[in-house]
Design a protein around this ligand. Sequence first.
Ligand SMILES: NC(=O)c1ccc[n+]([C@@H]2O[C@H](COP(=O)([O-])OP(=O)(O)OC[C@H]3O[C@@H](n4cnc5c(N)ncnc54)[C@H](O)[C@@H]3O)[C@@H](O)[C@H]2O)c1
Length: 327
Amino acid sequence: MLKLTKDTLGVGFIGAGDISILHAAAVKKVPGAKLVGLWNRNQDRANERAKQFGCKNYKSPEELVKDPAIDAVFVLTNLETHLEYTKLALDHGKHVLVEKPVGVSIDEIRTMKETADAKGLVCMPGHNYVYEQSMVRTKQLVEGGDLGKIVSAYVMYNIHHPEEVAKRYPGVVRQILTHHSYILLYLVGAPVELCAMKATLHYKEYTEEDIAMVQMRLHNGALAHFCASFAADDHAADPWTVMVKVIGTAGSTRYSYRDHVEIKPGLVHSQTYTAYQGSVTNEVRHFLIDCLRMGQPPLSTMADAITAQKMIEACEESIRQGSVVKL
Ligand SMILES: NC(=O)c1ccc[n+]([C@@H]2O[C@H](COP(=O)([O-])OP(=O)(O)OC[C@H]3O[C@@H](n4cnc5c(N)ncnc54)[C@H](O)[C@@H]3O)[C@@H](O)[C@H]2O)c1
């Protein structure tokens, strides 16, 4: 079983966009870990971020993955390049944390998983939401039977993203329903069939969807519902900014981004939801300490990333056909 014992675990970032800010703050909080350096395609951004994070700016991704001071690489680029950089890092013997959505297709994610498995390396999906204490407790209650028979689960997301921010991502089906999918898998398991709809409600030029909803029937017979929206914030009392609910015959749970709010803009959000940084910090700590130092598995694995991608592709098929799709 893998157990890295060296005093300092070195981390390198491939990609230094918005999400790298959260990962850099997270690495700082993990004892015995250090951000050694980064590579970013755009050099102005690379210099700025290397200065901000107090780390090296590598000339190329190859130079970064060849550095013996680096044990783990975080792949933080756009979705379309995750496979290329994850393979590069694994081929040079580095452990990898790869942001979500992990790959463009099931085959891409499978390739990453098989490469990591063959080399005895950890490749962990950036499935940050499940690394929250409230999620872990919900899973324990579900598994322990304390909530009775599970009857429903809800994952709701309503955070306005201006068009210029949304344009950097695929539509909300891939960008946001990926979060919903791995959360559902972690808490209550996979669906057997689903039906999805999407719409574009507030962009002027960008043509991808800014809202999507999904209804599902789960393995145990329970029903589940997803909503992912970049179209508007929810300003009502007890808003569904990010809300996860599991309801059973003997009890229920909820997780809400609104439990901790700071009145200042948070990256692209109008307010700072403390759980956003918090979940990334917990995820990074789990990767570096629990997985690399203690040999524990991730809470959400590459196998889960493959199932999540199957759910996303089923949503896309359901939208195309206007029908219920079996998984
Ligand atoms: N876990 C979360 O909650 C969360 C939140 C936001 C973004 N993400 C994910 O993080 C990743 C980055 O998102 P971001 O918000 O930082 O985006 P961003 O647009 O701020 O940064 C993207 C980075 O990718 C780089 N890039 C783009 N095309 C490239 C190419 N062809 N080759 C090499 N580099 C290229 C850019 O230079 C930039 O550094 C995405 O996969 C996204 O889905 C995850």
